[in-house]
Design a protein around this ligand. Sequence first.
Ligand code: ADP
Ligand code: MG
Length: 565
Amino acid sequence: MPIQVLSEKVISQIAAGEVVERPASVVKELVENALDAGAQQIGVEVTGGGTRLIRITDDGCGIPAGEVATAFSRHATSKISSLDDLQTIATMGFRGEALPSIAAVAEVEIATRIENEAAGITLTLEDGVVANRRSEGRARGTTVTVRNLFRKIPARLKFLKSTATESSRIANVVSQYALCFPEVGFTLTVDGRTELRTAGNGNLIDSIIEVYGQEIARNMIAVGSMAADWQSSPDAIRISGMVGAPQVSRAGRNYLSFFVNRRWVNSRILAFAVEEAYHGLLMTGKHPVAVVNIELPPAELDVNIHPAKSEVKFRDEHAVFAAVQRAVRRTLVAEAPVARIEEVTAAYSAPANEQGVLTPVPARNRHFELPEPVPLIASLPVLRVLGQARNCYIVAEGPDGVYLIDQHAAHERVLFDQIKAQRSAKRVEVQGLLEPATFEVSPRQAEELRRRLGELLEFGFALEAFGERTYLVRAVPAVLKDRDWQGMLRELLDGGLRQSRSEENIIATIACHAAVRAGQALSDEEMHGLVRQLEQSPNPHTCPHGRPTLIHLSAAQLEREFGRA
Ligand code: ADP
Ligand code: MG
């Protein structure tokens, strides 16, 4: 074939592939246009997973009759006129690609009217060209109808998933915008059924109720509500939104939403920042629920890096990471059911002032080191031990009510902190055995043990090979004296290095095997000692696996329960 310039039609179909990957991308682009037009109500109607019909109706500003056809030319936009405008972009669209791209791969009809034109105009496009044009009355706003998406491009159609999957992707897009724009009323109808309807009253919590349901909504905490003061600087990265209390965690990461300057974005780094903020509060394998708004000066952001505009680039990624992680952590700490907050220290350069209040992170601050979790320092009040229940729980009393402490979980926490401190000071307490003990391993365990001998030595295990599958044990970590250290070693060796935080994993395994068991009767003195140590822990209300160490029944709660309030 000789070299030839592709026809305009083929060029626009190729270009469309970037923007219109699937029905949900059409919905995304059209909803964004409606939002850019200042709509207060946006209706989304789809059938057949969006391949048969997608119709978006808005009450925004509309398009002047004389400009509608132009809107379907490639790179036609009313939102920017020069490259400089991109620096301060406030709209979601700016490339002028969506309408022509959609018209290149589907049949499109657009009906629109602006405030001061008497009648509206309706245009029908086929293969991207205007096929019909008529004047028609309608309310202010725009309706775009997209039929038979990809019908002429079988390769694209084949690429789509089931109708149900495509519909749920569409529902996700609409839900995300409903969360991002609580002041806009969204309605989503799928195959004639109303799937979502938000009030558009401006309250995020009301959108959360509609999108995630009452159960999750009840447990959402407003981010930053406790700390309005530290978000007031104009240069600051502002974080708002709502995050789930640790007990509403989910098995997947689909419940994390990020909006950067009111643009819905996918971001692994932001997801990681939120997950780090929950470190130690969620059980392994569980993920938080969060709706996080990030606002920062537009110059800190490049929005023009992704074909579907669903990723952005931060000029200072560390600063954003730190701000998100800290705001979420702070919110969780402030709301932790048991904790009394004494201080929250920042792991970053922005120093806490005398009152322990965090100062804003200026967007231009570049002193950030590698992001690290902000430590949670929230100790317990002094508790008075009352007794033991079921040989399992310590019952204690504090200034505000009664505490039930899980003796095993609490001891695990105490030992974990202790070993960790010893480890980082390189002063692990070791217990030499009077007689060396033998420890037999399976071939698999032997392999693992050989690899980890050095690491185990640093924790206090002195092991030496004694034949092929037997080791001589001369010393163990002091906390495991008279405990089942064999069981601990086996668990560790069988678990392998699957866990990413290898060192914490060893510490947690040691702590678990060294801790008192449930069902073990404790003397008053032992209970006392344990509670005193737990009070000292910087993270007293969860065990290293994230399970709670204690339950607090506040005085108010007791009064309520007993009808005294
Ligand atoms: P972009 O959004 O990048 O400008 P689009 O192809 O999505 O490009 O839209 C082209 C232009 O059409 C927009 O700049 C806007 O002026 C107009 N437009 C599209 N949809 C709407 C709408 N729902 N309401 C008002 N104007 C619209
Ligand atoms: Mg657009």
